[in-house]
Design a protein around this ligand. Structure first.
Ligand code: XMP
Length: 524
């Protein structure tokens, strides 16, 4: 993104896995920032970019090696505050006349360090305002090399047992260098450190999601020009926000294709189609391909075969409808940052290796389409904020994630139409219960799985022999790890009774209390 109307912070990416978290922390502070891989940050780039402050990210390289990545030396002559994190600290010390040593050394002076550590204060540093109120602070370390001698002008402001230079600064030049990662969750006061840094750099915090939206729209227009874009719409938050944003940018040049594979929840297809046709007037192809998908899946029980079959048919169907749109050159996807694994290639020039998983993966190459991915720098909650900015209804924005393969992976064992019908009804009752009890927004994801087992029960005076189902509800930040939601026994009892009374075909309800890991969120 390039927005010269705001004060800009430049993050030079040396390949850390958590560089995007730095950007996220800054956006939370309403500071405009851009991440650029170190290879593309040349002297000319710096002159043109004119950052008000610079952050050096961490990274996997060792500054001890002659070919280690470095920023242009002129970055230190721009008169702007710089914050170096982990590898960023080491590269700063190395370039400014300090010393860095590799690996683990014995006899004190520093060792490799991974995980939780505690930093104690030394002296007083405005960067750490709000820290150390209760003595030491927890931080997250992840480094092999360590600084063994400070560069001239630097002083120590914090130490940990294994990092005598955990926090260092040249206060005259406003150069700050820390050994730990303030951007991660396990450095609980890390956000405060960023807040102090941008304050010291003179940012006013005037950058908002509205500005992000305007800039994204400008970029989409620039990328697409007068060409046509197609967008695979699942009805989930990500693809919906992407579609509405792109529509705002290029109007009728966008056509959405909603593939209904017959594995959606109760009423879902109607909801999606109505919202897009009625509220947004977005050209939408409703591809009802229920028969195609369900006949291919009939009786299938292997989880991987289910996923592969759905993925393959999805591409075929999407391609069939997309080819009806004359002159489409772009494919829009609601890919989010956590879907994207980006790594900087140290030897291979400025190329960025990207691996993304998505329901329509494989299509761009097959169809010769270029990608439009306006959300690929955002995290889920930021996408929701953008959705609100775009005026999407709250009922859409707050929706729990729903997987591409839909109910197929919530129906362990053989998929049959009968089981899918039962599952749809049971899930609707369960979600209704969660909403009625005001719990929907506390839960990352909740759903029902229908189990491949019939059990004996008694209803009225008669014997029943029906399916059992499992209820699942988890809390999570990003879907990577999760814990089961601690419903009250009353809630569980009431929900089980409602499902058994209201859903023919189910006579037993269980609650899944597995966390992830070792389980996964979905059952397949
Ligand atoms: P698991 O089951 O792997 O799920 O713990 C983590 C999150 O990813 C969702 N999920 C998918 N989403 N296509 C998707 O779009 C898929 O194939 C898929 N599989 C799992 C799942 O619902 C949860 O939010």
């Amino acid at each position: 993104m390039t927005d010269a109307s705001h004060d800009r912070l430049l993050i030079i990416d040396f390949g850390s896995q958590v560089t995007q978290l730095i950007a996220r922390r800054l956006r939370e502070l309403n500071v405009y920032c851009e991440i650029h891989p170190f290879q593309s940050v040349t002297e000319g780039f710096l002159r043109e970019f004119r950052p008000k402050a610079v952050i050096f990210s961490g990274g996997p390289a060792s500054v001890v090696n002659a070919d280690a990545p470095r920023p242009p030396a002129t970055v230190f002559e721009m008169g702007v505050p710089i914050l170096g994190i982990c590898y960023g600290q080491q590269v700063m010390m190395d370039m400014l006349g300090g010393k860095v040593e590799g690996g683990k050394i014995s006899g004190g002076g520093g060792t490799a360090e991974f995980g939780r550590a505690f930093v104690a204060p030394e002296g007083n540093l405005p960067l750490l305002d709000g820290w150390f109120a209760e003595g030491r602070e927890q931080v997250w370390m992840s480094h092999g090399d360590h600084v063994s001698k400070l560069a001239p002008g630097f002083e120590v402001f914090g130490t940990s047992p294994n990092a005598p230079f955990a926090i260092t600064a040249d206060t005259d030049r406003k150069f700050y260098a820390v050994q730990f990662h303030p951007e991660v969750h396990h450095t609980p006061k890390g956000a405060k450190l960023y807040e102090n840094f941008v304050r010291l750099a003179g940012f006013t915090g005037d950058w908002t999601m509205k500005a992000y939206k305007d800039e994204a729209i400008r970029q989409i227009r620039e990328q697409v020009g007068g060409k046509k874009v197609i967008c695979g719409l699942s009805g989930g938050v990500d693809s919906s926000v992407a579609a509405v944003l792109i529509h705002e940018a290029i109007g009728d040049q966008l056509t959405c294709v909603f593939v209904d594979h017959g594995l959606l929840r109760l009423g879902e297809a109607d909801e999606v189609v109505t919202m897009f046709r009625d509220n947004y007037n977005i050209p939408l192809i409703h591809a009802d391909e229920t028969e195609l998908f369900l006949s291919a899946l009939d009786g299938e029980s292997d989880p991987e075969t289910k996923r592969k079959t759905i993925g393959r048919l999805f591409i075929d169907v999407f391609q069939k409808y997309a080819s009806q749109i004359d002159g489409a050159e772009f494919l829009a996807q609601g890919t989010l940052y956590p879907d994207v694994i980006e790594s900087v290639s140290f030897s291979g020039g400025p190329s960025v290796t990207i691996k993304s998983h998505h329901n329509v993966g494989g299509l761009p190459e097959k169809m010769g389409l270029k990608l439009v991915e306006p959300l690929r720098e955002l995290f889920k909650d930021e996408v929701r904020a953008l959705g609100r900015e775009l005026g999407l209804p709250e009922s859409f924005i707050g929706r729990h994630p729903f997987p591409g393969p839909g109910l197929a992976i919530r129906c362990p064992g053989e998929i049959t139409r009968e089981k899918l019908e039962i599952l749809r009804l049971a899930d609707a009752v369960y979600i209704d219960q969660i909403r009625k009890h005001g719990l929907y927004d506390e839960i990352w994801q909740a759903f029902t799985a229908i189990l491949p087992v019939r059990t004996v029960g008694v209803m009225g005076d008669g014997r029943t022999y029906d399916f059992a189902c499992a209820l699942r509800a988890v809390t999570s930040v990003d879907g990577m790890t999760a814990d089961y939601y601690p419903f009250s026994h009353e809630f569980l009892g009431e929900t089980a009774t409602r499902i058994i009374n209201e859903v023919p075909g189910i006579n037993r309800v269980t609650y899944d209390i597995t966390s992830k890991p070792p389980g996964t969120i979905e059952w397949e």
